[in-house]
Design a binder for this molecule. Structure first.
Ligand code: GSH
Length: 209
């Protein structure tokens, strides 16, 4: 059996959506970040890095949303959720994934966990402000690059659920989302997908924007 460990609305929503797209049976375990459940022994036994998502597959644990999403796509090639290995399209999708997790997600580390960057509390407002400014620049970049409706144009791939999570976070940090019509159109295309609706219902999430 496959089990996803997730926190509502976190980046774990991306693999949650991918699991729903695939449609095979899976279990979920809610690990609320808000309640610090990811720091409790029960979850540290699953992922000692204390982050979500984690995916348990036949007794093995896989972390990192990009690795999880790509693994799920590759196990179900008939669904075409990732372009074939060796194609330029696949490289483009992985470029998006690497940049979103390695660069844009870090902005949110600054915004939501400034204590990671300095023990000096008086430095935190500056770290938060820099994180928000970086996110705004990165969202401009996303807007420029989106072909629409999805990251790779007409083709829906496993990077789109991750972009969807980021679009929702933009509202949470009160970015001026009216600046991003293509990004918002991607989110609307996602909200229309039954797999997204099912994952959101399980996480008790409502559409934003
Ligand atoms: N690079 C990791 C990042 C995982 C991550 O930082 N997840 C966040 C939720 S979106 C988390 O668990 N945060 C808890 C914490 O930072 O303490 C991935 O893409 O899976």
């Amino acid at each position: 059996m496959t089990t996803l460990y997730y926190s509502p609305g976190a980046c774990s929503l991306a693999p949650h959506i991918v699991l729903e797209e695939i449609g095979k049976p899976f279990d979920t375990v809610r690990v609320s970040l808000r309640d610090d459940e990811h720091k409790q022994p029960a979850y540290l036994a699953v992922n000692p890095r204390a982050r979500v998502p984690a995916l348990a597959v036949d007794g093995q644990i896989l972390t990192e949303s990009t690795a999880i999403c790509l693994y799920l796509a590759d196990c179900n090639p008939q669904l075409g959720l990732a372009p074939p290995v060796g194609t330029f399209e696949r490289a483009r999708m992985q470029e998006w994934q690497a940049w979103l997790t390695g660069t844009v997600h870090i902005d949110y580390g600054q915004l939501w966990r400034p204590e990671r960057y300095s023990d000096d509390q008086s430095a935190h407002p500056g770290i938060i402000a820099k994180g928000k400014a970086a996110a705004a620049l990165h969202y401009d970049d996303i807007e420029q690059r989106l072909g629409g409706p999805f990251a790779l144009g007409e083709r829906y791939t496993v990077v789109d659920p991750y972009l969807f999570v980021m679009q929702r976070w933009g509202y949470r940090i009160k970015l001026d989302m009216s600046r991003y019509p293509r990004f918002n159109a991607l989110a609307q295309a996602m909200y229309a997908r039954p797999a997204v609706q099912r994952a959101m219902e399980r996480e008790h999430l409502k559409p934003i924007g």
